[in-house]
Design a binder for this molecule. Structure first.
Ligand SMILES: [Mg+2]
Length: 293
């Protein structure tokens, strides 16, 4: 797997640390990723610098932003907007945020920056920053919201209704996730054919069946400026695995952020701060060629 990773990223060299950990070094020395070799040895490899021929898909919470006690209390690092802007320019505009949040909320968090984005796990999409938002599903989540309302009686459990999807957050609750999941599955039985429950970090996302971060990636990849580029998806959560599978199906790179071990990921990076350093460490812009050279 390390060999495969090295081939994908290029310019990699490897060394074996005394404790048996394998390192691969590919330019951005401060950003490492973790994986397992075929014989079970943990490996670390740095993520390749952003390449001009990439189409870059970035999750938001837990990937670019540190997880906060509640969705409203996330902090936006000072340099993030500028770094995203620069990264977008580096890939000729082929950078999109792919998040469980609504595009309206993404815009509010990053204002005045506005980027191509897929919100609500792909239930809505904006192909270019100047475009309006397109809904990708007509499933009404109002009934699901009504069926789930009793769960808000548990202290610390909050329902976030986003229109085309909804989320049950329990970061501040002391409830058992398994029990809560079983209750939600039971409550939504009448809508089981239409809806899907995704389990994230102390959150259950409920979204229309057939809509996912994979469908969002596929929609972007069918259009300019994404079309024909190498897709790279960066995400931290179970809900990002659809995005991982979509990019790897196209020969791309799937970067797992943080402690989750995803079988769909091709590389790992340690956390949101490392992702932000990686974004900042873009290769220098190409110098103009002199007319007489
Ligand atoms: Mg996330």
């Amino acid at each position: 797997m390390l060999t495969e990773l090295s081939q994908r990223q290029g310019r990699a060299s490897t060394r074996r640390a005394p404790e048996g950990v394998i390192f691969a070094t590919v330019g951005v020395s401060s950003c490492y990723c973790r994986g397992m070799t075929e014989n079970g040895v943990e490996s670390l490899a740095s993520v390749a610098p952003i390449s001009r021929n990439w189409a870059l898909f970035l999750d938001l919470d837990g990937t670019l932003l540190d997880i906060a006690p509640s969705p409203e209390s996330v902090q936006i690092p000072k340099t993030l907007r500028r770094d995203l802007e620069r990264a977008g320019e580096a890939v000729n505009g082929a950078l999109a945020l792919v998040s469980g949040r609504s595009i309206e909320t993404i815009d509010r968090l990053l204002a005045p920056l506005r980027l191509p984005a897929a919100g609500q796990h792909g239930a809505e999409i904006r192909y270019a920053r100047e475009d309006s938002v397109t809904l990708c599903s007509r499933v009404d989540l109002g009934e699901a919201r009504r069926l789930l309302t009793p769960v808000t009686g548990i202290p610390g459990v909050v329902i976030e209704y986003k229109g085309a999807s909804l989320a049950v957050h329990y970061r501040r609750a002391h409830t058992n996730g398994e029990h809560l999941h079983a209750w939600i599955v039971g409550a939504l039985t009448p809508l089981a054919a239409e809806l899907e429950i995704l389990r994230g970090r102390r959150v259950f996302d409920i979204k229309p069946r057939g809509i996912s971060k994979a469908t969002a990636v596929e929609r972007f990849m069918a259009r300019s400026p994404f079309r024909g580029r190498l897709p790279v998806f960066v995400g931290d959560d179970k809900t990002d695995e659809d995005g991982f599978r979509a990019v790897t199906a196209l020969g791309g790179i799937a970067i797992q952020v943080g402690p989750n071990h995803s079988t769909a990921a091709t590389s790992w990076i340690e956390g949101p701060a490392a992702v932000r350093r990686w974004l900042r460490a873009l290769p220098a812009p190409r110098m103009p060629v002199a007319a007489n050279s």
